[in-house]
Design a protein around this ligand. Structure first.
Ligand code: URA
Length: 235
């Protein structure tokens, strides 16, 4: 568990007012509730969104977790604030936008699936390379895509700046200058640099999918919607 999810006994004993013995007693006496349900299991998980009470006293108010899918248009920055340009958050008509963050940025002219949330644990599951969730891009290039690219992308491309080799990626040729590329990391300008390895410039880039979540085809560029319960659970 990370700082956004911790055991209820630890959550309580981290507060200056309770020591471990007192926490044990509170739990045994079932005086602690998480999201309205009395808990006695010290391992019960408390999240940043959980409402936690002891007797009638509220220790953490709890708040709603929010999740959105946006079709990012071209010419828009993946940042929460930027004085020069429109940002993806400017496209959202939602309260308390300062609570929200972007799960996996896209470049200024890249289009496609962008996920925006206030749930840090959820967005990390989507973006961390360890979870190996594929991020799938439709790529257009200036030059023809050679038959040897796929093997190089599977083996990994060396990025000198970070001194690392990219994780195995899957390339599917769709036309002479069009391909679908699936990567599990999100390094800075990763797709452009992978094609840059062959001196082939990316002229169009569109993210179709992140893990189980696919861009809703009914969303026009610039439009967004809330994720369904089912979509949230899939991550
Ligand atoms: N890789 C890139 O080079 N740019 C993006 O926007 C996303 C992935």
């Amino acid at each position: 568990m990370n700082r956004f999810a911790m055991r209820v006994d630890r959550f309580l004993s981290n507060l200056p007012r309770f020591n471990r013995q007192q926490v044990r007693v509170l739990l045994v006496e079932r005086r602690v509730s998480v999201d309205g349900v009395a808990v006695s299991d010290p391992h019960h998980e408390v999240r940043e969104f959980s409402r936690v009470c002891v007797d009638a006293e509220v220790l953490q108010a709890g708040r709603a977790a929010r999740y959105f899918m946006l079709h990012k248009p071209q010419g828009c920055v993946s940042a929460t604030s930027e004085p020069q340009h429109r940002t993806v958050l400017d496209l959202l008509d939602e309260p308390d936008k300062d609570e929200l963050h972007i799960a996996g940025r896209l470049d200024f002219n890249t289009t496609g699936l962008m996920l925006i949330t206030n749930d840090g644990q959820w967005s990390r599951r989507l973006t961390q390379p360890q979870t190996k969730l594929p991020k799938v891009y439709l790529v257009q290039t200036e030059q023809d895509i050679g038959p040897h690219y796929a093997a190089t992308f599977t083996a990994g491309v060396y990025f000198a700046f970070e001194d690392l080799t990219t994780q195995p990626a899957d390339l599917q040729l769709l036309g002479p200058r069009t391909a679908r590329l699936s990567i599990i990391e999100g390094r800075y300008h990763q797709v452009k640099r992978m094609f840059g390895h062959f001196n082939n410039k990316v002229t169009g880039l569109h993210r179709e999918r992140m893990g189980p979540l696919v861009l809703d085809p009914s969303l026009a560029p610039g439009e967004y919607r809330a994720l369904s319960e089912e979509e949230i659970r899939q991550v």
